[in-house]
Design a protein around this ligand. Structure first.
Ligand SMILES: [Zn+2]
Length: 335
């Protein structure tokens, strides 16, 4: 039975040991009377341990994380759990309902809105309650994204590249997640769930994968296995997990706001693929007009590896089309 309560009343301690409880944390009603809120699953272990907080659906067109949380909770034995898992299955319900990156109600990007405002618009209120009511419970936090409809990213785990205790925990946990690419970020721009985690000294990870707007059979297992690997690494479920060093280690900003942008309106054709190595001043793509004539060559200033490409070919001036990232040192020798 789903417990429907006002968001302020959420208390994961109310969930009995060895059980799983779904909650719908009510925020408000939309103009057409739909209930808007935050769906949360809580698995309460029988033994003491860490609290893992997981978000999916911060962007409404990124769906592997949503299904992964369903699958994990269908498989999870709360009786064998130490600590608890608090999983927000769809953080941005208005955007999820129409499969968009931004909210159709206030046209805000939830991943740029944290820590939000209590009396703000719907996206600001969601960010506020995720920041104030859910995240503070976390000993460890993971945010499940994917590329969405607009971009293509590698299958990767992102971690905090920092010498702080939380940063070291973040990097160590990333080595057990099991994706082929690991991406360390020395800084995180304001407005993200991860920025709230940093301000609260909570170690974090986030996941990306190339798909958007649908669930990829190829990518979904990385999320499910990765969450179980993380639960083992955090000693929350029985079993051991081996380190899974990545094939590729990237370092630097993953901020899609700081990418190579086009100047022209047109049809973008990439000339590189994600994870290709590129040289300074290399053409990474072209923009064509309606008749197929090239009206712009898009080149990279710096060399490195392609970390992101635009997926939707139709572009307008200022649209991001490519992000070039530095290769990091080898990490995580097999042990
Ligand atoms: Zn996202």
């Amino acid at each position: 039975m789903v417990v429907e309560i006002p968001v302020e009343e959420f208390n994961p301690d109310s969930v009995g040991p060895g059980t799983v409880q779904p909650f719908f944390l009510h925020l408000c009603r939309s103009g057409n009377g739909e209930s808007l809120g935050i769906p949360v699953l809580v698995a309460q272990g029988k033994r003491p341990g860490k609290t893992l907080v997981v978000f999916a659906g911060v962007h409404g067109d990124e769906l592997e994380g949503v299904q992964a949380l369903h699958e994990v909770f269908l498989q999870l034995d709360a009786g064998a759990l130490s600590g608890r898992v608090i999983a927000v299955t769809v953080a941005n319900l208005p955007a999820y309902r129409v499969t968009t990156r931004i909210s159709p109600i206030d046209v805000l990007n939830l991943a740029r809105t944290f820590p939000g405002r209590k009396d703000g618009t719907i996206t600001e209120r969601i960010a506020y309650y995720l920041s104030e009511t859910i995240l503070p419970h976390a000993d460890f936090f993971i945010d499940l994204h994917s590329s969405g409809l607009t971009y293509v990213l590698p299958t990767m785990i992102g971690y905090h590249l920092s010498d702080t205790p939380a940063g070291k925990e973040s990097k160590e946990a990333a080595l057990y997640f099991g994706t082929p690419v690991m991406w360390g970020h020395p800084e995180i721009s304001p407005g993200r769930s991860l920025s709230v985690a940093i301000s609260r000294n909570i170690p974090w990870l986030y996941v990306e994968a190339p798909s958007g707007g649908r669930v990829s059979d190829r990518e979904l297992p990385y999320y499910i296995n990765g969450i179980f690997n993380l639960l083992k690494h955090l000693q929350m479920i029985p079993g051991t997990v081996a380190r899974c060093p990545p094939d590729v280690h990237l370092v630097g900003t993953g901020d899609l706001d700081r990418t190579i942008a086009v100047n022209a309106e047109g049809f973008f054709v990439p000339k590189v693929r994600v994870l290709d190595e590129v040289c300074p001043n290399q053409v990474v793509g072209i923009v064509r007009d309606l008749f197929g004539q090239t009206i712009e060559e898009v080149s990279t200033e710096h060399g490195g590896l392609v970390g992101m490409l635009r997926a939707i070919p139709v572009v307008n001036p200022g649209d991001s089309v490519c992000l070039v990232v530095d290769r990091g040192p080898a990490v995580g020798e097999k042990v």
